[in-house]
Design a protein around this ligand. Structure first.
Ligand code: ATP
Ligand code: HSE
Length: 330
């Protein structure tokens, strides 16, 4: 379910008078997604029908950060990346308010996200990720990663909370503590002489955020975790999200294709390649922790489907057990 806020007909009609996008002909809520309320709008103008996405930002998005996210999407779209383009109203503003929530209209992207990832998806995905990194290089303002390595111990403490983690996953918080002892001291520098390249990263480019049409990528969505961080960390997130089978095994062919696709647009430096295993371990840690936190903090009976933290704990174990570059198809 992802319509948390209902939008009344009158409120919507009033909102749309701010735009020059034609006459509304259809409006429906989108069930997918868990963070925000999303709707599809269809309009008609001079005989042409067009679809748009209306997003009402819910509690997890800090409204102060919305101009940065929308600005990044606009910047990337202007540089040819297929991502939602925020639509400005007649006053030039893309961000306004509807039904008491911050709201924006963006362009609708065609295509569907792959329900089952195959090797064929991985090279285009890698190339699209690198294109995003290149296009983002001259988006000057930075947004620190609120879910980066400094956040992991506090997140683990918060997930431990009143014992919910121990009850649901006995022994897991000790395991994650020990894993952090290994990962954090070898985390690559973001600044200084030995720093790896940094820039704007998507930070959540999972299969459900990538649309394909006829075998090619038709769009990347959901930029609300984007931030300024190590570019290779984004590669590590994708290796985790795209290269493990349903049975939890790592598919090295997928990884090789992903890395080849990436490097066809932006070759990795030697230092970036060397850092891949620890970055992969960190990426698995990040998603294990946020899933764990959500698992123990989502009340039973909530309409949101909880994601399994253990899927990422198993990935983490893989990364910590096989830190050679060959294991990643490099
Ligand atoms: N620009 C777009 N074009 C077409 N469909 C879109 C677009 N943006 C969102 N959607 C549709 O809305 C669904 C939910 O979007 P999204 O993934 O951004 O939701 P969310 O609740 O913000 O995030 P999350 O994935 O973190 O739960 C997508 O799966 C897709 O079906
Ligand atoms: N992609 C995240 C959800 C947040 O968007 C996960 O699978 O845990």
């Amino acid at each position: 379910m992802a319509v948390y806020t209902e939008v009344g007909d009158e409120a919507l009609a009033g909102f749309l008078t701010e735009y020059d996008i034609g006459r509304l002909t259809a409006f429906r809520g989108i069930a997918e997604g868990v963070e925000n309320s999303n709707f599809v709008l269809r309009t008609t103008q001079d005989g042409t029908d067009r679809d748009f996405i209306l997003t009402l930002y819910e509690k997890r998005v800090n409204p102060v950060e919305l101009p940065w996210f929308l600005g990044l999407m606009r910047h990337l779209a202007m540089r040819g990346l297929s991502c939602p383009l925020p639509v400005a109203g007649r006053d030039g503003l893309a961000l306004r308010e509807l039904a008491g929530r911050p709201a924006a209209i963006t362009t609708f992207l065609p295509g569907v996200w792959p329900r089952h990832v195959s090797v064929e998806h991985c090279a285009p995905l890698g190339a699209a990720l690198a294109a995003l990194h290149v296009a983002g290089q001259d988006y000057a303002t930075e947004r620190p990663n609120g879910l980066g390595p400094e956040a992991w111990r506090p997140l683990l403490r918060a997930a431990r909370g009143n014992g919910g983690t121990e009850q649901a996953f006995p022994g897991l918080s000790e395991e994650l503590d020990l894993a952090l002892d290994r990962i954090l001291p070898s985390w690559p520098a973001m600044r200084g002489e030995s720093a790896l390249p940094r820039g704007q990263i998507h930070a959540d480019l999972f299969p459900d955020n990538v649309f394909f049409l006829d075998g090619t990528i038709s769009g990347l969505i959901d930029f609300y975790f984007a931030c300024t961080d190590l570019l290779t960390y984004d590669v590590a997130i994708c290796l985790n999200a795209w290269c493990f089978g349903d049975d939890g095994t790592f598919n090295v062919t997928c990884a090789r294709r992903l890395l080849e696709g990436y490097q066809s647009v932006r070759p990795l430096t030697e230092a970036e390649r060397t850092a891949l295993p620890v970055l992969c371990a960190g990426a698995a840690m990040r998603f294990a922790l946020t899933r764990l936190y959500d698992w123990v903090n989502t009340p039973a009976g909530a309409m949101v489907t909880r994601k399994d933290p253990m899927a990422y704990v198993r990935r983490l174990r893989f990364h910590l057990a096989s830190p050679t570059l060959e294991a990643y198809g490099v």
